[in-house]
Design a protein around this ligand. Structure first.
Ligand SMILES: [Zn+2]
Length: 240
């Protein structure tokens, strides 16, 4: 049992160190994440606008071809006007000519509107792009800062993680689950010690009878106030 409690105590010590390394990163990981999201959103907006422009160009080219074809047909109809034999034929031809005139006008109007749209999209893209460049620059700086911090603590972190991976499998699954659960609920501190008769987690005084029992190290005790695992503080002494 004594060993079991000691393992929990050591696990908490290692996690305290790892938490400290994590704290050194400050808001940087969150900032980086937020910037990446912002950049992706702007990038998506730009891509959508570019795609809209491209499809409008395709449509405009198609309209241009259609206009050419209509004008060619019109030429043929106009030539045929000279050889009509009666009013009925003449009316049919002029009707065709008028109809293609209308279509040509319609396609021209459509193309004008799409040219305006394309111009508007270009303007909008130009407006957002500097913002995107600015955010990318900011992201690069933040990533470099974060990288520098991570790199400078890499060895230390690896050392703690190795120690942790040796201790963790020796702890009973149920105890480990409880440890993680309390740690999550209690801002990282799951294993508290008795310091000057009080729980080091919540600073409430522990009854002296319970303190004696805790020092015996024959059972897992929980702080009745904060619910943390309470162990004897002499685990911290190297002679233990
Ligand atoms: Zn407590």
């Amino acid at each position: 049992m004594k060993n079991k409690l000691k393992l929990l105590y050591q696990l908490q010590e290692i996690d305290n160190q790892l938490d400290h390394l994590e704290e050194l990163r400050g808001d940087l990981p969150l900032n980086v994440q937020a910037l990446v999201t912002q950049i992706n959103n702007i990038q998506r907006t730009i891509t959508e606008k570019e795609e809209e422009q491209e499809s409008s160009i395709v449509k405009r080219n198609k309209n241009e071809e259609e206009i050419e074809r209509l004008i060619e047909n019109q030429k043929k109809f106009k030539a045929q006007l000279y050889s009509v034999r009666n009013n009925k034929e003449y009316d049919a031809l002029t009707k065709e000519i008028d109809h293609s005139d209308d279509l040509v006008k319609k396609h021209h109007a459509e193309n004008d509107a799409m040219a305006d749209l394309s111009k508007k999209l270009s303007f909008e893209i130009d407006e957002i792009t500097p913002q995107l460049d600015e955010l990318k620059k900011e992201l690069k700086e933040k990533e470099e800062d974060l990288d520098r911090i991570i790199k400078s603590n890499e060895k230390e972190e690896a050392k703690y993680l190795t120690e942790r991976s040796k201790i963790e499998p020796q702890i009973r699954k149920g105890d480990y689950a409880a440890y993680l659960r309390i740690r999550k609920a209690k801002k990282g501190l799951a294993v508290a010690t008795v310091v000057r008769s009080a729980c080091s987690g919540c600073h409430k005084i522990i009854p002296s009878q319970k303190q004696i029992e805790i020092r015996k190290k024959d059972k897992i005790y929980y702080c009745e106030y904060c619910g943390r695992i309470l162990v004897s503080s002499d685990f911290g002494d190297n002679n233990e």
